[in-house]
Design a protein around this ligand. Structure first.
Ligand code: PMP
Ligand code: GLU
Length: 423
């Protein structure tokens, strides 16, 4: 056979997140204890009422409308209106098998280039490359909490050919940080002035630890698509249900994406959409569940950050999601004595020496020579943690001590990392 890949696909590799998850699973299957901070998957169970809705709707076998079940689109729109205080109509919601699919389709569909503040989620740039779309990282700085600054956006717009799509993700993967309303306003002003389309990836919005996530769509409604999904806040990554919310001004774009998806995935699995309907409608269950998820994540994230900080690692305390993005620059000399000069070598050696799994900063678009990496602090039993948190009054603080043995793998993992750095 003389079949070949297109030349631009010759360098294809597996997404770093999915690859590390499979590698860790193989190591664990060999009986090795793994300190798995590599993969960003919610540790919590999906709430019972939502699992029941999936079971009860398993018999539904017909294709659903390409854009999604209308009742689900209404529920997602109502959620954006109530929780995010932005005006979204049901007709502006497009449902997909995970938000990843729609981010890819968007990058394929529109002209121009993508601007991506880095560190960023692993798949934005590979997706752009798959469709040979121009794209550019905007390197943010540790000192700025990895936030994109308005001047940086302005500068990047002037340096690249438009029209521009900015992908802004907050709370952020891999840094766990977010933007204040004032910071979002300032970015919105630059975007409006330069006609930048914003894809606001708010997949971790409901996992902002303080619970008052603000969307940039409040300040730039006409130019913002809000992306989210059941994967993180509802802990249902494997169910594959995501959605985009478009303002009226961008309905033309939603129509185009819906046409593309009608020729690619057709629609999201019917039972999953009915379960999604429950997820968006059962506000009491979800409110209580999210309170505990956030409290647990905040306790564990802050423990990891403060322990590392005390050990001399540069790190910010987390605001949301379940990630930290420490910088090990202060250990450069001792690391270079071990022959380690970049983040990939650092994570590989760490894994081999200690079985602590981190993903290197390069996977998130950072320059190879930097010594940063992502910690996904989800290596605990989410079901047990919820049970513990529910036994403790909502007014009280939840501590690592309360979480007990359940967080032992987190504690040992962080300890092992520190011992290795100090060896
Ligand atoms: N955006 C970010 C920032 C993510 O971390 C993920 C991770 N899965 C996605 C988008 C895609 O999620 P999904 O396709 O499961 O909705
Ligand atoms: N978002 C998760 C992560 O960053 C994993 C899933 C994915 O990348 O699609 O680890």
């Amino acid at each position: 056979m003389n079949h070949k890949l297109h030349p631009h696909l010759n360098q294809l590799v597996r997404s770093a997140t999915l690859a590390i998850n499979e590698r860790s699973a193989e190591m664990a299957a060999d009986g090795q204890t793994i300190y798995h901070f590599g993969f960003g998957q919610s540790p919590f169970p999906v709430p019972d009422s939502i699992v029941s809705a999936l079971q009860e709707n398993a018999y539904r076998k017909n294709y659903l409308p390409v854009e999604g079940l209308f009742e689900l689109r209404e529920a997602v729109a109502a959620y954006h209106n109530d929780v995010d205080q932005i005006h979204i109509e049901p007709e502006g919601v497009l449902v997909s098998p995970g938000s990843k699919e729609l981010i890819f389709t968007l990058q394929m569909a529109i002209k121009g280039s993508t601007l991506i503040p880095a560190p960023c989620w692993v798949s934005y740039v590979p997706q752009a490359n798959l469709v040979q779309r121009d794209n550019q990282y905007i390197q943010t700085r540790f000192e700025d909490n990895w936030r994109l600054l308005p001047d940086q956006l302005d500068f990047a717009v002037k340096q690249t050919s438009g029209p521009h799509l900015l992908i802004l993700n907050y709370p952020g993967n891999p840094d766990g940080g977010t933007y204040s309303a004032e910071e979002l306003k300032a970015l919105a002003n630059v975007a409006r002035k330069n006609n930048v389309l914003i894809l606001s990836d708010e997949i971790y919005g409901r996992l902002y630890h303080k619970g008052e996530h603000v969307s940039i769509a409040r300040f730039y409604p006409e130019g913002t698509i809000v992306s989210s999904s059941l994967s993180k806040w509802c802990a249902a990554g494997g169910w594959r249900l995501g959605h985009f919310a478009f303002p009226k001004e961008l309905f033309w774009l939603k129509e185009a994406l819906a046409s593309i998806t009608s020729d690619t995935y057709s629609c999201v699995a019917a039972p999953i959409q009915y379960a999604g309907l429950q997820a968006y409608n059962d506000k009491d269950t979800v409110g209580e569940y999210l309170f505990h998820c956030r409290r647990i994540l905040s306790t564990i994230g802050n423990f990891c950050a403060s322990t590392l900080l005390e050990a001399g690692v540069n790190i910010q305390s987390p605001s949301g999601a379940f990630y930290l993005f420490p910088d090990f620059e202060s250990f450069r000399i001792s690391l270079s004595e071990k022959g380690i000069h970049d983040s990939a070598a650092m994570c590989e050696q760490l894994l081999q020496d200690t079985r602590v799994v981190l993903l290197p900063g390069t996977a998130f678009g950072r320059p190879a020579e930097e010594l940063n990496a992502r910690i996904a602090y989800v290596n605990f039993d989410g079901g047990k943690a919820l049970q513990t948190s529910r036994e403790i009054s909502m007014e009280q603080n939840l501590t690592m001590h309360d979480l007990g043995d359940n967080v032992i793998n987190v504690k040992y993992g962080i300890e092992k990392l520190i011992d290795w750095l100090k060896e």
